[in-house]
Design a protein around this ligand. Structure first.
Ligand code: HEM
Length: 467
């Protein structure tokens, strides 16, 4: 078990602050939120409604799984995210529309199709490694930015193959002002103001960036339509999808919304999870070495492939433990479609209900020493002994993340490739601050020092392990 004060990098507030909503909304959950299984906030002057918070595995199961149909995505978060994520996408669709979009896209995420992409995941990591090999030993790199570029290369290929004239660095850069505005948009949505028209610091830059992202996504669709092509990538599947009952296809607005949604949701979340994993391993050198030894023992110096990626059990546990402490999606929101109950609690129609994953994953009644980093928590026997809904990085139930299997294999291949080739250390003098918005990002850069390891280190690691 490794402890570090940075693992809780802020002090929970005794009373919530509206300003914290835009800066770091996680500050607003008091220490009680790390112990309770249900609590409410009472609303504000009839403007902000009463909100329910659940952290009991039984209530979560009811909300997301067994009575999922009684609830929909909550309006505050939906209005805050509509813009960064487009309304016509799978993420926002509801009812029959959601069902058919989800069914149409599911083949892209079948296990065998994802396994076929593993060499591509490894090569994207190798391309990143190649860039670091040119740096001097111990150079400081912004691991957050590096992981964004790596996971973007991954998702780009999975969604539409490689597009010739796509401005990918421009696309990644344009996402920053857009996603950085989510907290402000949330504040506007809470006060029933239209987030698209309510100015905040960086509002104009975010608007310009949104227009650019939309135009680039339209260009991608137009480029694919211009060539007769039956590729089975995610875009190919979307283009050929037909509703089995009506024969309807996705229209252009739905296609653009989903291309954009996959590019965004598919790379940003995985980038954040990988960046935190490497940062946690930089803090806990013993776990880093153990992971390296596992990769060397099971894969030698061969590329991580479809046949080896799933054998890397400790690598996977590191990713899970890192998503426990720093879940990329820090909250999941719903609201009741009509007056109802949740367990013994009365919930009125449209009152938001939140699972604050950040707090759930640190709940003292569910986790021993919740502030410590310990990948062994995810050893199979330990997982079995815990309630299923204590750990929710990807959600649960019918709306569970459609990219979960994709993300786990992608992140395992990338983490294994990088840790085998480099030692990661914390950068002296760096003070961690969080700036969660769409994902649980650090504020600014997340610097780490990277040192190239020669092949011998890998050999030594495997020898030590077999001794
Ligand atoms: C570490 C990586 C990832 C994390 C932590 C993550 C997390 C989540 C969470 C928490 C949800 C919402 C569940 C809910 O509201 O109940 C979600 C939904 C979704 N995710 Fe992911 N995700 C990841 C990677 C991906 C990838 C790689 C893709 C696509 C390639 C993806 C596409 C989606 C989509 C389309 C939805 C909406 C699904 C629906 O409503 O039916 N995600 N994800």
């Amino acid at each position: 078990m490794f402890h570090d004060p940075d693992f809780l990098p802020f002090t929970p507030r005794a009373t919530p602050s509206f300003l914290a909503v835009s800066r770091n909304f996680l500050e607003n959950y008091p220490t009680q939120a790390y112990r309770s299984d249900y609590w409410t906030s009472e609303g504000f002057l009839e403007i902000v409604p009463r909100m329910h918070y659940v952290a009991s595995p039984a209530l979560i199961e009811e909300l997301l799984v067994s009575r999922a149909d009684a609830f929909r995505r909550d309006e505050v978060v939906s209005r805050a995210l509509a813009g960064p994520v487009e309304r016509d996408s799978l993420f926002f669709s509801e009812g029959a529309e959601w069902k058919w979009q989800r069914r149409a896209l599911s083949p892209a995420f079948r296990h065998e199709n994802i396994l076929a992409l593993v060499p591509h995941f490894s090569r994207c990591a190798q391309a990143q490694a190649q860039e670091w090999r040119d740096l001097e030993q111990g150079a400081s790199v912004d691991i957050m930015h590096a992981m964004s570029r790596t996971t973007f290369a991954v998702i780009e290929k999975a969604v539409y193959g490689a597009a010739e004239d796509f401005d990918r660095d421009g696309f990644i850069a344009a996402l920053r002002p857009v996603l950085g505005g989510v907290g402000w948009r949330m504040l506007a949505a809470m006060f029933h103001l239209p987030p698209d028209l309510t100015p905040y610091p960086g509002f104009l830059a975010a608007r310009r960036a949104t227009r650019f992202l939309r135009a680039e996504t339209h260009k991608l669709l137009a480029a694919r339509r211009a060539v007769a092509d039956d590729r089975r990538d995610i875009l190919g599947l979307m283009l050929s999808a037909r509703d089995p009952e009506t024969g309807r296809a996705l229209d252009d607005s739905e296609l653009v919304a989903n291309i954009h949604g996959f590019l965004l949701a598919g790379h940003e979340t995985a980038a954040v999870a990988l960046a935190w994993s490497l940062w946690l391993l930089a803090k806990d050198q013993e776990s880093q070495q153990r992971l390296r030894e596992e990769v060397c023992r099971l894969c030698g110096d061969a590329e991580i492939g479809a046949d080896t990626v799933e054998t890397l059990a400790f690598t996977r546990q590191v990713l899970q433990e890192s998503m426990r402490l720093f879940p990329p999606a820090a909250a999941i929101g719903r609201q009741a479609r009509a007056d109802t109950t949740l367990g013994p609690h009365h919930v009125r129609a449209n009152e938001p209900i939140y699972i604050i994953t950040w707090c759930l994953h640190r709940n003292e009644t569910l986790w021993d020493e919740p502030l410590g980093f310990d990948p062994d928590r995810f050893a199979p026997d330990k997982v079995k002994a815990r309630p299923r809904y204590a750990f929710l990085p990807f959600g649960a139930g019918p709306r569970i993340c459609v990219g979960m299997g994709f993300a786990m294999l992608e992140m395992t291949a990338i983490l294994a490739t990088l840790v085998r080739a480099f030692r990661f250390e914390t950068a002296p003098g760096h003070r961690l601050e969080l700036a969660p918005s769409f994902t649980t990002r650090p504020k600014g850069a997340l610097p780490l020092r990277v040192t190239r390891l020669d092949a011998k280190v890998g050999d030594d690691a495997s020898r030590r392990l077999s001794a």
